[in-house]
Design a protein around this ligand. Structure first.
Ligand SMILES: Cc1cc2nc3c(=O)[nH]c(=O)nc-3n(C[C@H](O)[C@H](O)[C@H](O)COP(=O)(O)O)c2cc1C
Length: 163
């Protein structure tokens, strides 16, 4: 039966295809090896990420804040899901929770095969705006909120890497 609701089907949603562009965002808790410095762990992660992601046309952004990682991965659907499964099994973090997995019409983080960003005090306004300052709990964000957070981080990220 045809729906008479004029809003029905008004938002075209592309079919997820294995080769189609997909975006996945997850949040996880940092779980650093004893004695390990966060910036060294992150540097190692980024070096491996750039190498692997470039080969698979994956781009993205890794937010490092308050004991959390929040990462966006975007690229061909099968590659993104395969990469995410490997990442989720990495002992340097735990409890990875997928916040968004959606077909995407364009890359939001296409400048980087991977780039890490931590937030400084000067970035508090950003967290305020996202109501994430008092208790940074990205695992409670929905897909839209998670994408908004990472896009805001993208917009304050200059050419510098982790810092
Ligand atoms: C928070 C976090 C994010 C990561 N992101 C990526 C990534 O985007 N791409 C990647 O290849 N590896 C990433 N890794 C590392 C992988 O878990 C894994 O160590 C790596 O892919 C293995 O690389 P190798 O095949 O060169 O040994 C990440 C690890 C963590 C803890």
């Amino acid at each position: 039966m045809t729906s008479l609701d004029p809003s029905a089907d008004s938002v075209p949603r592309p079919e997820p295809r294995p080769g189609g562009l997909q975006r996945l965002i997850y949040a996880s808790r940092q779980n650093l090896p004893p004695g390990a410095a966060l910036d060294e762990v992150v540097s190692d992660i980024i070096a491996a990420s750039i190498r692997n992601n470039r080969e698979q046309s994956i781009t993205g952004l890794l937010l490092v804040h308050g004991g959390w990682f929040v990462q966006a991965l975007e690229g061909p659907g099968a590659a993104v899901q395969d990469r995410y499964e490997r990442i989720a099994a990495d002992p340097r973090h735990a409890g990875a929770k997928v916040l968004e997995i959606e077909p995407a019409s364009a890359r939001a983080f296409g400048d980087w095969n991977m780039c890490a960003r931590s937030l400084s005090d000067a970035d508090d306004a950003l967290l305020d705006a996202l109501e994430q300052r008092r208790a940074f709990s990205p695992d409670r964000l929905d897909g839209r909120g998670a994408l908004r957070l990472l896009k805001a981080v993208r917009d304050i990220q200059g050419r510098a890497g982790f810092g």
